[in-house]
Design a protein around this ligand. Structure first.
Ligand SMILES: Cc1ncc(COP(=O)(O)O)c(C=O)c1O
Ligand SMILES: [Zn+2]
Length: 384
């Protein structure tokens, strides 16, 4: 049944997708997914696909094959265009996914794969959204789910994981969540952590397919795509999806991929510019807390190839952006507002001007943490 090949770009290891590996069993590096005879999608094929059903599975021709599809209608999210400060801004509303974040694209594919392989138990580490997403799809599939999350995570996200039927193990910080998830793994459990899991990225690439259909010729190497980035899953998914869309002639050129990070941790900024920063850790962007992304090299290569880069934003900038987005009716979380903060920076710095095109990925909903939204807005009222 499986048509995908799990491949290690570092040591050459390859395996058909009839066994799940979260990393390379030979050298321990992250794996990617390739196909023996991949025919890239053309624009008419993609158009025909999206007219059929409403989930990422309309793209199943270009995804790993599964016998059990676990879907909640993820993907196919709208775009809203606004002209702001003279710039054409395309907001991709990926926070409108079933559990309120783009993670559902990766979770749907991952859980479908796990179920198809006959596995029954998954373990994830997350600061919140990925945990909610994996739990939701896992529980729907009848799997048992355990999520390791820092105790500083938003209560509302951890409560939602519990309400859905997942088990939460609270840890000191994001790093310890990762270590404990891996150390606590028993024989019959699968680690599906999105920091490593190649299926997660493969699901996320559907975001780029959709942008390719929705924006068509707007996408060129002059177009900026701003992606709040932590482990780099979304960015690498977009990179892969765009590359395939280029191969199929749907998109002409790779848009400039811009990773957005908080003031700290900012390992991608540090790696890209080869510097060490010394800022205080963000208290707002709870989804951007990965300090050592295992795919850092892949991320930097994707940024360089697309002639993109990394922008860091302060908590004060995030808060201002969050309030501005709320006023426009985009009920997102601070982690997503980083993209809008970065957009303002690009205009302030004169990088973007009248008539330019920019895509902002709004990754996570504010509805999952509505009480915190109120607290943030009231506490920092003076920033408006
Ligand atoms: C709302 C939101 N945006 C962006 C990210 C970062 O995504 P990635 O880890 O794929 O880089 C996360 C990760 O948790 C998130 O929750
Ligand atoms: Zn390897």
């Amino acid at each position: 049944l499986p048509k995908e090949i799990l491949k290690c770009r570092y040591c050459g290891f390859e395996s058909l997708g009839n066994r799940y590996y979260w990393r390379c069993p030979k050298c321990g590096k992250p794996l990617i997914i390739t196909y023996e005879d991949f025919k890239a999608p053309t624009i008419s094929e993609l158009r025909r696909a999206v007219s059929k059903l409403s989930s990422i599975w309309v793209f199943s021709k270009w995804l790993p094959q599964v016998s059990d599809m676990v879907t909640l209608g993820e993907g196919l999210t709208p775009i809203v265009r606004k002209v702001l400060r003279g710039v054409n801004v395309y907001f991709k509303l990926d926070y409108l996914n079933p559990t309120g974040s783009f993670k559902d694209r990766g979770a749907s594919l991952t859980i479908s794969k796990v179920l198809s392989l006959g596995l029954r138990s998954v373990v994830e580490d997350s600061s919140g959204n990925a945990g909610v997403s994996i739990t939701c799809y896992g529980v729907v599939a009848g799997l048992s789910v355990r999520v390791y999350a820092p105790k500083t995570s938003l209560r509302s996200k951890l409560d939602l994981i519990r309400a859905l039927g997942g088990k939460v193990v609270e840890t000191k910080d994001r790093y310890e969540a990762n270590v404990k998830a891996l150390n606590g793994l028993s024989e019959n459990e699968v680690y599906v952590g999105h920091l490593w899991n190649p299926y997660f990225i493969e699901g996320l690439k559907t975001l780029a397919y959709e942008l390719a259909i929705q924006l068509g010729k707007v996408l060129s190497n002059e177009t900026y795509v701003l992606i709040p980035t932590s482990s780099g899953g979304n960015l690498l998914g977009c990179y892969k999806g765009f590359k395939e869309a280029i191969e199929g002639g749907v998109v002409i050129d790779l848009p400039k991929l811009i990773a957005i990070q908080a003031q700290s941790p900012a390992p991608i900024y540090e790696g890209f510019h080869n510097v060490k920063l010394n800022y205080e850790e963000t208290t707002l962007a709870d989804g951007l807390r990965v300090k050592n992304p295992p795919r850092l090299n892949e991320i930097i290569n994707a940024l360089r190839e697309s002639r993109g880069g990394v922008i860091i934003v302060t908590d004060q900038e995030i808060l201002r952006a969050l309030k501005a987005l709320l006023k426009m009716g985009f009920i997102v979380e601070p982690t997503s507002a980083t993209a809008y903060a970065a957009f303002n920076k690009l205009v302030d710095d004169g990088v973007l001007g009248r008539g330019d095109n920019i895509v902002l990925i709004l990754t996570g909903s504010g509805l999952k943490s509505i009480n915190d939204l109120l607290r943030w807005c009231e506490r920092q009222g003076s920033y408006t």
